[in-house]
Design a protein around this ligand. Structure first.
Ligand code: FAD
Length: 452
């Protein structure tokens, strides 16, 4: 269905929660549409995940609700797993700014991404919209008022609590902070140490240790390789032992083995796998991902997180009953995050300003139900609801079409495809060796329109 693009514009008071990549681009797009924006950021700087913090949480597994929370999940050695041309915002290319002061590599270190986000913030004068060290602790609908008014309760660094009324709320709080941990029978009596990758920073603690690493994500691949250089043994336990990403080229590490899922852990220190094999291990490292968390939402009435499905959400952004007055940027995963956030933010901002309209509540609900039914009929586990890897380009194009902006660039789509292939074929070197020069050239031709 083609969107209705209308010239009439309305300006609203909008609260954005979070000043990571999603909150920053949301703030920019909302301001372009003349909304009055306040960004709440509990940290003292922008960047979210990209603000590396060498400290780890008081609970290394990250499950104790009373633990001190560290937001970022970065490890010190992290380099991006996307090439900078494809990773950056569509209209603010992630180009090399200063070869001497910055990391000019195509797959740069995490500090370079933070510099890029700082440049973006300064270019669009976003700092003036941000209230740093101010955490949103509660959001609820103001029932007595006209539809669409929200009370946003925040707490500043002086612990003062403030209630303010907003017309709309855009949730950009990130979803790489609350760990998911594998359930292992017998773990309570197992004497070794456990850590979630959220709290992995450097490999030193694993020196000469026998490590069982659970997971097969990009972080699992990077971390297992890093640990294999210092550990006595690394045993990777993956749901899919045939995962090409893990198996390809992995075995030139002498002390690295692949196993099926962990079945149980025992008092004598052994960890038993489903295939019957076992090892006596010192560490279990959970690279098992994260779950969505909205502790500030009166959750039952707005959205629920059920087996990692945030619902109900129309097209992963709007809860139909409250749309467009509350929206969520950045829920899909296995995506190219920054351009996705940019498109979703344009969509939200333009809907609020009345330039673009949403379907009726009934139509959003039936679209969403049809999506859930199709997804489940295809055997998709609920926890993968927001994994859009199989249709990410279609999704970008759908959102772009809604906003009336150009569709996803062909060079970007091809570059992602070629990077994915290289990542599997040459996981050790894909960040430094490539053959997609033509795509790089095309990207830079495209960037010329945005770079003065
Ligand atoms: P975040 O960056 O998490 O930002 C959320 C912000 O909200 C934070 O600043 C937080 O302090 C704030 N906040 C949270 N709750 C509140 C509250 N209640 N009140 C006020 N403020 C609040 N992406 C790539 O494109 N390329 C990569 O190579 C890549 N590698 C990654 C590697 C790792 C290990 C991880 C974990 C992620 C990686 N990503 C990568 C994905 C990355 O998460 C996204 O690129 C993106 O930066 C997420 O942005 P965000 O704004 O959604 O969330």
């Amino acid at each position: 269905m083609q969107p209705q693009i209308s010239p009439s514009k309305t300006s609203y008071k909008v609260a954005v929660i979070g000043a990571g990549a999603a909150g920053l681009v949301a703030a920019r797009e909302l301001r372009i549409e003349d909304h009055q924006v306040v960004v709440f950021e509990r940290n003292n700087r922008i960047g979210g995940v990209w603000v590396y913090d060498p400290t780890i949480e008081s609970d290394p597994l990250g499950v104790d609700p009373s633990r001190t929370i560290v937001h970022s999940s970065l490890y010190d050695s992290l380099r991006t797993n996307l090439p900078r041309e494809a990773m950056g915002f569509r209209d603010y290319p992630f180009v090399v700014k200063d070869v001497l002061q910055r990391d000019p590599r195509r797959f740069p270190c995490h500090r370079e991404v933070l510099h890029y986000l700082e440049d973006f913030t300064s270019e669009f004068k976003l700092s003036e919209l941000i209230r740093f060290e101010t955490e949103v602790i509660h959001v609820e609908l103001l029932k007595e008022e006209a539809e669409g008014k929200w009370i946003v309760r925040s707490q500043g660094k002086n612990k003062n609590v403030e209630d303010e009324v907003y017309d709309a709320v855009v949730v950009c709080n990130g979803h790489n902070t609350k760990p998911c941990v594998a359930e292992i029978p017998g773990i309570d009596v197992w004497p070794g140490k456990q850590l979630h990758s959220h709290n992995y920073r450097v490999s030193d603690p694993f020196s000469n240790k026998v490590v069982v690493l659970i997971g097969s994500s990009a972080s699992a691949v990077d971390i297992s390789r890093e640990i294999a250089r210092v550990a006595k043994e690394v045993h990777i336990s993956s749901r899919s032992v045939t995962n090409k990403f893990l198996t390809t080229n992995h075995f030139h590490f002498d002390y690295l083995w692949l196993h099926s899922m962990v079945k149980s852990a025992h008092e004598d220190g052994s960890v038993v796998f489903e295939d019957g094999s076992s090892v006596t291990a010192d560490f279990i490292l959970h690279c098992t991902g994260y779950t969505y968390d909205f502790p500030f939402l009166d959750s039952c009435s707005i959205v629920n997180v059920d087996d990692n499905r945030v619902g109900p959400l129309y097209k992963h952004v709007f809860p139909p009953q409250f749309a467009p007055w509350i929206s969520f940027i950045g829920i899909p995963w296995k995506v190219v995050p920054f351009p996705l956030y940019e498109l979703q933010s344009k969509w939200v901002a333009r809907i609020l300003s009345g330039k673009v309209s949403l379907p009726s509540q009934e139509n959003m609900i039936s679209d969403m139900e049809a999506f859930y039914s199709k997804f489940e009929a295809a055997g998709g586990p609920k926890r993968y609801t927001h994994n859009i890897v199989d249709y990410q380009f279609k999704y970008y194009d759908l959102v772009a079409a809604q906003c009336g902006v150009p569709l996803s660039e062909e060079w970007r789509n091809q570059m992602l495809f070629s990077t994915g292939m290289r990542m599997v074929a040459q996981p050790e070197t894909y960040r430094d060796e490539w053959e997609d020069q033509i795509l790089i050239l095309q990207a830079h031709e495209d960037f010329a329109q945005y770079i003065p």
